[in-house]
Design a protein around this ligand. Structure first.
Ligand code: G3P
Length: 478
């Protein structure tokens, strides 16, 4: 039926032979918003065959032309920022302003990636043999980076455009083809984004966007022999993928429990501003959100007071009105968050605000005097609920960070640069921010999760390199 968005394969918009669709529920209204095709495994097979064929030709397209096509897609994406942002508002309840900036940031990422790709992929290595014992100078090794083949890109609901292009652009500039499996919520924003690449004139079959039920095509895609690399961002589905995937390079980012360590000499107004931005932006639904505050006891009351004053000013409501706190993405997410809150209540946490939920809308909540026996000290709510743990030494704070299963980012607030560097060295996370909340951006910075937070490294340069392999040609001289 006409109001089901088509999927994209072989340079065309198509209706699935399944005759079935997947409904996207608007988190704010909890009503059906859009429908997308429920593609079949046969349609997945065809898309992967086309991707394989198209990739061989794309790898021969001169690097500058590949970059030119990406710059075009970036420009078209930015031109369409408003309709794409509207999809984000309706599908994932992203506040309108944040939705527009996600699209603009994505255009910038694509362009930066094109430039970076031209630079780093034009360089190879010439190695001579006589540097190794027993060898004469009679072997010349020409080593260069070549594409992996077909890259399966699986972005999460919270950045269905930005975390899609952060996989697609590196893959394409490196000469790979791409199969995009968007999150159900965010799929229509993803399809609109793909249309920008279509308009930019990428070859047929090089890019496809397959929508459908995870139960139907999820494993089929991630275990498919036609896939040469998987780049996944999301929740613990990623752990399952890493166990089932074949012998292919994996780039996984699986969430975090970013800690914010606050020392006695910290600028508490700066901390409070960053706790609000870091803990409550997009209702806490960010991998790099501040997810636990570890504050020295002696300054804890002063910090909690400042944070509470700012929490009371947060606007709660519709994403269309640019509210700070909007509905979390689904009823199951809201229920999970509520479970963590109720557990903290039973175990005696101090509620700085009344707990309040209407449907998927949860009012921002700061929990004080949280202790390690409470689930919220360790689990990732992915919601506007933030625990405060009071510590009596820096070592206690570092211990808590390093005892977590997650190891994505973290931050420390202090005026003492020596302590800041010591704490950064001691925290086992991929990134430590000094005197600012954790964040993935700017997007050319390295970005990696360790332990349960992921595999491999992101950030534009790392992603380009991760989607290539080294090819060596050795010239043997007499
Ligand atoms: O949740 C995705 C994670 O990458 C967060 O990104 O840019 O909000 O720090 P960002």
């Amino acid at each position: 039926d006409k109001d089901v968005f088509k999927y994209y394969a072989d340079g065309e918009w198509r209706v699935s032979a399944s005759g079935k669709s997947v409904t996207i529920t608007n988190p704010s209204t909890r009503q059906p918003q859009y429908k997308v095709q429920a593609c079949t495994q046969e349609e997945v097979n065809k898309a992967l065959e086309s991707a394989k064929a198209a990739q061989k030709l794309w790898a021969k397209v001169p690097l500058w032309k590949r970059a030119e096509a990406l710059h075009k897609a970036a420009a078209i994406l930015k031109q369409h920022k408003d309709p794409i942002a509207k999809c984000l508002v309706k599908e994932i309840a992203k506040p309108a302003k944040d939705a527009v900036s996600e699209v603009v940031r994505s255009g910038d990422l694509i362009s930066y990636c094109a430039e970076e790709g031209v630079r780093i992929l034009s360089e190879g290595k010439l190695l001579v043999s006589d540097s190794f014992p027993g060898n004469d100078r009679n072997k010349l090794c020409l080593a260069s980076k070549i594409p992996l083949g077909v890259v399966l890109c699986i972005p999460p609901f919270n950045y269905p455009v930005n975390l899609a292009v952060s996989k697609i652009a590196p893959a394409l500039i490196a000469g790979n083809s791409v199969v995009l499996k968007p999150p159900t919520q965010g799929a229509v924003a993803g399809l609109h984004m793909v249309h920008c690449f279509h308009e930019a004139g990428f070859p047929k079959g090089l890019i496809s966007c397959i929508t459908g039920k995870g139960s139907e095509i999820g494993d089929f895609l991630t275990m498919h022999p036609g896939v040469n690399c998987i780049s996944f961002t999301g929740g613990d589905t990623g752990i399952a993928i890493s166990k089932k995937a074949g012998m292919v390079p994996l780039q996984m980012e699986l969430g975090g429990k970013d800690a914010c360590i606050v020392l006695e000499d910290a600028d508490l107004d700066l901390v409070a501003a960053n706790v609000i931005k870091g803990g409550f932006s997009y209702s806490g639904q960010r991998c790099t959100a501040v997810k636990v505050i570890l504050v020295m006891e002696s300054v804890a009351d002063a910090l909690v007071e400042r944070v509470n004053a700012k929490v009371s000013k947060l606007k709660v409501g519709a994403p269309e009105d640019d509210c700070d706190i909007t509905a979390v993405v689904s009823e199951s997410s809201a229920k999970f968050i509520e479970g963590l809150v109720m557990d903290a209540k039973e175990k005696g946490a101090t509620f700085c605000q009344e707990y309040k939920r209407e449907g998927n809308l949860i009012w921002p909540l700061l929990l004080d005097h949280v202790r390690p026996d409470m689930r919220i000290a360790w689990e990732e709510p992915f919601g506007p609920v933030l625990p405060v743990i009071r510590i009596n030494s820096i070592e206690e704070g570092i211990h808590h960070c390093n005892a977590s299963n997650f190891a994505l980012q973290g931050c420390v607030f202090t005026r003492d640069i020596n302590k800041a560097i010591m704490i950064s060295d001691a925290m086992e996370t991929g990134t430590v921010q000094i005197n600012s909340a954790p964040a993935r951006g700017p997007d050319h910075f390295p970005f990696q999760g360790l332990r349960d937070s992921g595999i491999g490294s992101q950030g534009i340069t790392n992603s380009i390199n991760m989607m290539t392999k080294v090819k060596s040609t050795v010239i043997n001289l007499p």
